[in-house]
Design a protein around this ligand. Sequence first.
Ligand SMILES: [Zn+2]
Length: 204
Amino acid sequence: MTSKFSVPNQNDRQYPPVDLDLIAEGVRLILEGLGEDPQRPGLQETPQRVAEMFAELTSGMREDPHQHVVPLPGDKHDEMVIVKDISIASMCEHHLAPFVGKCHIAYIPKQGRILGISKLARLAETFSRRLQLQERLTTDIANTLFEGLKPLGVMVVIEAEHTCMTLRGVRKAGAKTVTSAVLGGFRTDPRTRAEAISLITGKE
Ligand SMILES: [Zn+2]
């Protein structure tokens, strides 16, 4: 597992609304570049469809992830919280190819501040639905949770299969890339980190 903290951060950028017509024009050019006839019956609607798909797969670029990090009021819980197996679908910014996998989030609450489980999933989704690198996706989720919830520690682990690796290039079907981001108490206390990892992986 690796921890990376120096990956450039795109979070502060404000994105304009999606220009569906511009994307459709680009898709038409791809079809022409492939020697296809964009006017043939099977392809006529394709540029528009692809544009709408891209808008959906990048909807997180136009959402504020901080809106999901709102602590539940009046809770006393201070033991480690782990939410495993949050499904994620993202898009690699190097190939515009999907990568899909699971995100595991662990944190140790401070002063009883916890987050609804659905909020953790929404946070992962908002960052997934962007043009991403798996490393940045992992640190974005961890940093936003750490800053917004101010817990004692945060650990995020993502395992994902990148179609740009499994369908092309080296074609290693089923190969998984694992990334992690470890902050606060999980970073300073190896035993706490080991406990989280064993709970996430189900291994000692
Ligand atoms: Zn890629």
